[in-house]
Ligand binder design. Structure first.
Ligand SMILES: Cc1ncc(C[n+]2csc(CCOP(=O)(O)OP(=O)(O)O)c2C)c(N)n1
Length: 313
């Protein structure tokens, strides 16, 4: 993927999130969101390493992954607004966006759960003789979930083509990683024999390079890899955090974190003219997405029980 394309993705995610936060404040998005602002380089870089046959799973902070994988911003915004035209007919909302046609097997509100789903999907594909890999994104908090460790075990044992991408933003809600995770994050993956590396999660090119190496290795049958991406969440854990007036990060820490902005880092690789062109393009895409979402109907309350169960074709 080109320098410009990577910039387009981080910029799209950033501006999508900023608009979504505005829609939470205006009441169009009910229930709030977990903003991905600051972590864009990870979704952009990792998804750029994939082919259209590969699959991803995501978390409660999933908009960036879904957009980087190519989901339509209008349909994602409509999903956040609970509209019938949303990716999942407005039933999933912010934390459960999925689009199987793009290999997005779902965002997931249960911390750590999506790691098992990605591992299972990659295993199923391997058994079908398919040449695909799965990437699963999760936070540092998920490192304390047993089911993720179970996924590491089987992935390593059976050489399953899954790439574990840990977005270490320093906190699980308000809990600093150092107060919750014993040992080291990569050390846990290494204990299962999984090669594990800590990389700069603020630079999309670094993430792309590392994920490309992991994907190549997994596709060749050598099994999983683990990437700990060091990042920083610029905004709140959740948009309702402001109401609770939580105060767990010092101004100095926030300033240091925000000074390494993935949009600025990737943008600096473009000329001013190129940057302005992409920025305008992204704004136009998001204007159209906004118009589409706001103009879409809400589901009929009479349909509330529809789509509760999967129906086999
Ligand atoms: C199994 C489970 N436990 C607790 C929660 C409540 N919860 C939601 S997000 C979150 C913090 C997750 O932190 P982390 O994995 O580091 O991801 P981040 O929010 O930093 O992106 C918690 C504890 C949950 N959704 N699922």
């Amino acid at each position: 993927m080109s320098t410009v394309d990577l910039y387009r993705t981080v910029r799209l995610i950033r501006r999508f999130e900023e608009r979504a936060i505005e829609f939470v404040r205006s009441g169009e998005i009910v229930g709030g969101i977990h903003p991905y602002v600051g972590q864009e380089a990870i979704a952009a870089g990792a998804c750029a390493a994939l082919t259209s046959d590969d699959v991803i799973t995501s978390t409660h902070r999933g908009h960036g992954h879904v957009l980087a994988r190519g989901a339509d911003p209008g349909r994602l915004l409509a999903e956040l607004m609970g509209r019938e035209t949303g990716l999942n007919r407005g039933r999933g909302g912010s934390m459960h966006a999925a689009d199987f046609s793009l290999g997005i097997l779902g965002a997931n509100a249960i911390v750590g759960a999506a790691g098992s789903i990605a591992t299972g999907a990659a295993w199923a594909h391997r058994r079908q003789g398919r040449d695909t890999v799965a990437v699963t994104f999760f936070g540092d908090g998920a490192m304390n979930e047993g089911m993720l460790l179970e996924a590491f075990n089987l992935a390593a044992l059976w050489r399953i083509p899954v790439i574990f991408v840990c977005e270490n933003n320093g906190y699980a809600t308000t809990m600093p990683v150092g107060s919750a995770v014993a040992g080291s994050i990569t050390g846990r993956a290494r204990a299962f024999g999984i090669p594990a590396f800590t990389i700069d999660g603020q630079d999309p090119e670094t993430v792309l390079k590392a994920t490309t190496a992991a994907v190549t290795r997994a596709r060749s049958g050598k099994g999983p890899m683990f990437l700990e991406c060091l990042t920083y969440r610029f905004d709140a854990h959740h948009t309702f955090e402001h109401r609770a007036r939580l105060d767990y990060r010092s101004p100095d820490e926030v300033a240091a974190g925000v000074s390494r902005d993935p949009v600025v880092i990737q943008g600096a690789r473009l000329s001013e003219h190129e940057r302005a062109e992409v920025d305008d393009e992204v704004e136009a895409v998001l204007d159209a997405a906004t118009e589409f979402a706001l103009g879409s109907a809400h589901p009929d309350p009479a349909d509330a029980l529809k789509y509760l169960y999967a129906v086999m074709p």
